[in-house]
Write a protein that binds this ligand. Sequence first.
Ligand code: PPE
Length: 304
Amino acid sequence: MAMPEVDYIWMDGELVAWKDAQVHVLTHALHYGSGVFEGIRCYSTDDGPAVFRLTEHMERFERSARMLFMDLGYPVDKMVDVVKETIRANNLPACYIRPLAFRGYGSMGVDPIPAPVNVIVAVWPWDSYLGEEALVKGVDVGISSWRQRGINSTPPAIKATGNYLNSSFAKIEANRHGYAEGILLNEEGKVCEGTGENIFVVRDGVISTPPVSDGLLEGITRDSVMVIADALEYPVIEESLVRTDLYTADEVFMTGTAAEVVPVRSVDGHVIGDAGPVTLELQKVFFDVVHGRVPEFAEWLERV
Ligand code: PPE
């Protein structure tokens, strides 16, 4: 995908021109994956652009950084302001937001601690990750032959850049097999998540999703959908799932900031079918919420 360029990126305390947001080739994170990031969306609403659950994303950003003994140098409320400032500077009605903190230039060797910490916030217009058509028609996915890393390996629970090498293996394989997305199982064979999405199944009116302890990112869209489903009075449970739970589900869908709420049409060629009624209802309410049309969830939107 060609990168849509906008005017400014916030880098280490100031807005710089897009083309000037550069690093040295000996940046520690390029060599050792020593970074943490977030993916956030700003949506247009009748009251102007609003960022969905911005503070919670920034809290997760800080948790990820802390896990790597990385001091961001800016408290959560400052990072929240930085995001709003960057969106305003670029004059965007809606966008994807990518905060990144990484170990920069200054020392080599695996130990990240001596390397300086750089922090950036970039924004750009980004359509739904798996495509607009995917939101309507659903996607075909496959179980990956790559496994999710164990919870005592690079932790799936944090959003570290290095974690995504594993996601990249699964994504390449999925695409080569003609699937839109790969689903990772953990070493025990339990279903974890997509390469950049959480996963849900619906069976007999009950919505379930694997617990974080099975080794997955505690997605903010995952949480949002669980809260919305609860408000709609669907039973929602966190339970371990195995691959056959996907094959035999009434509905399967995935959630993520970039991907939003995407129906799954088939898993390994087992046809689940067109987007089901529960998925479509959750998707519709989710989009109503992010666009500020549901007063009950207005506190999830932080105005720019
Ligand atoms: N699991 C993984 C592995 C993951 O990367 C994401 C987000 C999620 C679950 C869903 O989390 P949340 O966005 O909080 O609901 N993936 C981000 C990066 C996607 C990318 O390819 O880049 C995102 O959606 O922004």
